[in-house]
Design a binder for this molecule. Structure first.
Ligand code: SF4
Length: 230
């Protein structure tokens, strides 16, 4: 398949920008979450073209790579974004299992709940529209999602990138001079917390090296925080 043209990608981006504007025009309180990987950059670029005051939250779990922390600051400055760090309420010394190990080693679902899901709850209570950059080609869980989904606390999730492919993301970044996460050139395709991220392998699933060896593919932001039954 040939590379998507700059014109085509700009048209796709324009549709997303119009949809975000429409929410704002309806008086909705809009926010985004971001993991600040290379693949996050197109959506952040579009958000910066709508309104740079839109809050972009990330959770500083305390387990992020130092390269990610520096990359967040680089992107914040380059795109002029309103980036806000959320922090877990529970100190790390209260996040140990009975053997004295950090929870990510024995109960990663609970670790993600404390460090990623719980810090976002006050934001969901306050806001109306959660812009989230998941794509269908990233995993089966994500492929099963709709462009809009109800989230907890009467918030609505908006997945504008759902139909975008990794190739579209790559070329949008190239056409717009958007930077690359420094760990990508070292073989990491999907980057989260350091203890739960390994170098990628194979071609099919870019998230296959996250929580490697554990029966887990999502951190809970994209599963736990979806409101069941509307
Ligand atoms: S990704 Fe790993 S370290 Fe980060 S919150 Fe989840 S289980 Fe904990």
């Amino acid at each position: 398949m040939s590379a998507p043209s700059e014109e085509d990608l700009n048209r796709e981006a324009g549709i997303i920008i119009e949809k975000i504007h429409a929410y704002i025009d309806q008086g909705k309180k809009v926010f985004a979450t971001c993991s600040f990987q290379s693949q996050s950059l197109p959506l952040l670029h579009m958000i910066s073209r709508v309104n740079r005051e839109i809050p972009v939250y990330y959770t500083n779990t305390g387990f992020l790579f130092s390269e990610t922390i520096r990359f967040i600051d680089q992107v914040r400055v380059q795109l002029g974004l309103n980036v806000i760090a959320l922090r877990p309420e529970f100190p790390k010394m209260k996040q140990l299992d009975r053997s004295g190990r950090f929870l990510y080693a024995s109960d990663p679902d609970h670790c993600c709940y404390l460090n990623k899901v719980k810090p976002l709850e006050p934001v969901l209570i306050e806001k109306d529209i959660w812009i989230n950059g998941i794509r269908a080609d990233q995993s089966d869980v994500r492929a099963a999602m709709a462009e809009e989904e109800p989230a907890q606390h009467n918030c609505k999730r908006f997945h504008p990138m759902l139909g975008w492919t990794s190739k579209m993301v790559y070329y949008y970044r190239q056409y717009n001079g958007l930077p690359e996460h420094p760990l990508e050139s070292q073989g990491y395709k999907s980057i989260g917390c350091e203890p739960c991220t390994a170098k990628s392998f194979g071609d099919h699933n870019e998230r296959n090296a996250r929580w490697f060896g554990m029966n887990k593919t999502e951190c809970g932001l994209n599963t736990t925080l979806i409101a069941k039954g509307g």
